[in-house]
Every structure is written in C-alpha cells, then in structure tokens.
Design a protein around this ligand. Structure first.
Ligand SMILES: *Cc1c(COP(=O)(O)O)cnc(C)c1O
Length: 237
C-alpha cells in the first residue's frame, strides 16, 4: 500500500534463517518482521539465535517480533526485559488475543515497545480502533491462567497425537511449537477438498509455495480424531 520494497529471505529447513536476514539488512532497510514461532511452519528459532539477532539489528531499523503463538511455549525467550531496560528502543513485540485466548472475533491484540516508539504509533493510530467489550474481555483473559494452562496442555497433547499418527502413516511433518502442524500429504489442494467434504477444514499451502502440504490446527482430542479419520480417508481416495 505504501510502496515499500519487500525483501523475502528464504527459509532454511522450514525455519527462519536469521543470519541471512541480518545480512539482507541494508542502509535502506526500515522494518524487519520476524514471526516466532512462525506461521505456517510452526518452527521456533533457537534462543541464542534470537537474542543475537535482536541485539545485532541496527538501532535505526524497526524490528517487529510477531509473538502471536508465544503463549503456547513452555519456556519462551522473554524479550520484554530488553524493552523495560531501554536496551532495544527499536524493538516491538506483537501479541494477540486471537490464538491461545480464543478471542479472534473480538479483533484485539497489543504491542510492547519503548515509550517513545509507542507514542510515535499513537500519532497514527485510528481513533476508537479497539472497542470497550474487547478490552474488558482481553483484560480478563490476561488473568485467566487456568485457561492458558489448559489450552497449552491440550495443544501439546494434540501435537503429539498428530506427530505419532503422521509417523505411522509415513507422512513427513514439521515439528511444531504452535497450535497447528504442517504435514506433507502429496496433493494439498485435493486433500483439502476431500477433507472439507467430510466437514473438516484444513489449510492447503499452495499460497506458501508448499503445494504438497496442508496445515492442520490442533483441536480437542475428539476433533483431532475426527480430523485424522478424514485425512486417512482422503489419502485413500
Ligand atoms: C494469527 C496471527 C496473528 C494475529 O492475528 P489477529 O487475529 O489479527 O490478531 C499475527 N501473526 C501471526 C503470525 C498469526 O498467525
């Protein structure tokens, strides 16, 4: 929309190549986006690599760390202290209530950044961009540790369920740190359509240059069973 020139850095083993991203930064680079854990791969960049990257991105480049899935991790890299200490004034952490909190329909999220950066964003923020009901729900959600714990544990169980099933089916998959898993089924689009006819919606990955893959979101144990049944049936059609 704003005529920016987008530079994409190729992934390595389905994950971010942070060293290559750093090398791709030039004097003309204004913003760098990193989603960690990443979507649609579910990959997690190693802790030391993230810390090095965050420290090495030049001070005059805005670094946006998209942490939409961070609450699903047991032991996430905590970048908040870098902001609190004023050590990284170019860093903004982006969070959402759409994922672990299950409030996608309320359209609410938040960012964590240095006060100076936040006031710059305030100048261009749309008025009334967040409604009161969404804010009330979001504040309540932040205190709902029980929900987060339960959802995280359901997610770990679901990931294990699908990983075992994929091994049994001899399907290649990408080990995930998010609430979905990427699996190589052959003809992604055909499997997507066949599963949809059985009432199960997965995401074909042609748009991400992965036409042989689908992305499956983790559900409840019953939903996971039903999804696997639909996948197995689709594979034999
Ligand atoms: C879901 C998601 C978001 C946030 O989505 P909203 O519903 O707009 O808050 C951000 N980044 C990634 C990578 C996501 O998958």
């Amino acid at each position: 929309m704003f005529g920016a020139n987008v530079i994409a850095v190729p992934a390595k083993d389905h994950g971010h190549d942070l060293a290559a991203m750093l090398k791709a930064i030039t004097a003309r680079t204004r913003i760098v986006f990193v989603a960690n854990p990443n979507n649609p791969t579910g990959t997690l960049a190693p802790r030391e690599e993230v810390i090095r990257f965050v420290n090495d991105v030049p001070d005059d480049v805005l670094l946006v760390m998209d942490e939409a899935y961070i609450e699903f991790l047991d032991d996430a890299v905590d970048l908040v202290p870098l902001i609190r200490l004023g050590a990284r004034k170019n860093l903004i952490l982006m969070r959402t209530f759409s994922k672990i909190y299950g409030l996608a329909g309320l359209r609410i999220g938040y960012g964590i950044a240095d006060a100076e950066l936040v006031s710059a964003l305030e100048k261009i923020r749309q008025p009334f961009n967040i409604n009161l009901l969404a804010q009330t729900a979001a504040l309540a959600a932040l205190d709902d540790d029980g929900h987060v714990r339960k959802t995280r544990s359901n997610n770990f169980g679901g990931l294990q369920f699908f990983e075992k099933a994929f091994r049994d089916l001899r399907l290649e998959f990408v080990p995930s740190s998010a609430n979905f898993i990427l699996v190589r089924v052959g003809e992604g689009e055909r499997i997507f359509e066949a599963m949809q006819k059985q009432g199960v919606i997965v995401r074909p990955m042609g748009g991400y240059q992965l036409p042989e893959w689908i992305r499956i979101s983790i559900g409840t144990p019953q939903e996971n069973e039903r999804c696997l049944g639909a996948l197995k049936k689709s594979l034999t059609l």
